[in-house]
Design a protein. Structure first.
Ligand code: KG4
Length: 335
């Protein structure tokens, strides 16, 4: 079954053709990062307009690279939530018109379910159940993936997402948006151990997380250094910051594994590209006898193929939609 899949929830327009949920026939992406970098973050209205500009040509590219014509497409999948509402609407509306004109089913896909499904593309043997650590620019979740379309949130951030926190801390260090990857590069130049950063605990909810205090601590360090005319050890701060984020995430997902008895852990989302978090997950999984799946870097960030992968399993579960399907800025992964 060939699925034409659309992703447009933030600043990447992405269109892919995926066969039977596991085989990527094409994966076309148009990134808007350079434009948003001028503003230090994503400007939602600009994101929507850029999606409109490129989505038709990108669809042609995805079909061409897959060696397909429209007639070969069996279903259309699209991210319908969560994300910047105007941005999601562009991809979803285009997908609806495509499904309608081709007379094929329309499959709504939750963006975070898509991030998790990126692992099905990289690891043919991976099947639920497993625990997923989904860490991106807008979400930070520990999820019990009981089946392809049956998920329960075990822990979540109470405030900022891990990726958002990386982006804000990077700004303090004078790094460009999106700051996660350049922070990671800078952190590799230091062993850290210089800055004491806060570690949050949510009382009564040991799997929940908080990143706003950590973000504020870095902002305050930046302000203080400026006021007293001190130079920050930027590499050490980047390293200590990555460690502080990792210390929020990794012990909690390992605790969730103990609590649920799950022996397989899967990372997902843009922040899953982080080298400190990847190394800590590897060590912790070896120590606890868990099998770890880390998506290759190219599948960590937003892409269309992950939506095609999850779309296949949503289709098998009967989760298709009519033309009345709406887009949502927020939506529980379990819905
Ligand atoms: O999954 P993604 O591409 O988009 C969303 O769905 O949000 O994630 C983007 C986030 C950004 O905050 C970016 O700074 C972060 O992932 N990121 C990283 C790294 N690469 C990207 N964060 C830490 N370390 C990285 N190597």
């Amino acid at each position: 079954m060939k699925i034409l899949a659309f992703e447009s929830s933030c600043d990447e327009t992405a269109v892919a053709v995926v066969e039977d949920g596991r085989k990527v026939l094409s994966d076309a992406i148009a990134s808007q990062v350079d434009i948003h970098a001028l503003y230090g973050g994503v400007v939602p209205e600009i994101a929507s307009r850029k999606h409109v500009e490129v989505i038709a040509a990108l669809t042609e590219q995805a079909l061409r690279e897959a060696g397909c014509t429209r007639k070969d497409i069996d279903a259309v999948a699209a991210t319908y939530a969560p994300g910047l509402i105007g941005a999601v609407l562009v991809g979803l509306s285009f997908a609806k018109s495509m499904a309608f004109s081709l007379g094929v089913p329309l499959i709504p896909v939750h963006h975070i379910r898509g991030h998790i499904a990126a692992n099905y593309l990289a690891f043919p043997d991976l099947e639920p159940p497993f625990l997923a650590l989904a860490i991106s620019g807008g979400n930070t979740l520990i999820i019990d993936v009981r089946d392809y379309t049956d998920m329960v949130i075990l822990g979540a951030t109470r405030d900022d997402a891990a990726g958002e926190c990386f982006d804000k801390a990077a700004r303090v260090l004078g790094l460009p948006y999106p700051g996660g990857a350049p922070m990671d590069k800078l952190a590799q130049q230091s062993a850290g151990g210089v800055y004491q950063l806060p570690h949050a605990q949510v009382s009564g909810a040991e799997l929940d997380m908080s990143f706003s205090g950590l973000k504020t601590a870095v902002v305050n360090l930046g302000h203080h250094a400026k006021q007293v005319g001190e130079e920050l050890d930027r590499a050490a701060l980047a390293r200590d910051f990555a460690q502080a984020v990792s210390d929020e995430l990794v012990p909690r997902v390992m605790k969730a594994a103990q609590m649920t008895g799950r022996k397989t852990i899967v990372a997902a989302g843009g922040v899953a590209a982080n080298s400190v978090i990847r190394a800590d997950l590897e060590r912790a999984c070896v120590a606890q006898g868990c099998q770890l799946y880390l998506p290759p870097l190219r599948l960590c960030g937003d892409n269309g193929a992950m939506i095609g992968a999850q779309g296949y399993y949503e289709y098998l579960a009967g989760n298709t939609a009519g033309m009345e399907l709406n887009a949502y800025a927020t939506r529980d992964i379990a819905e």
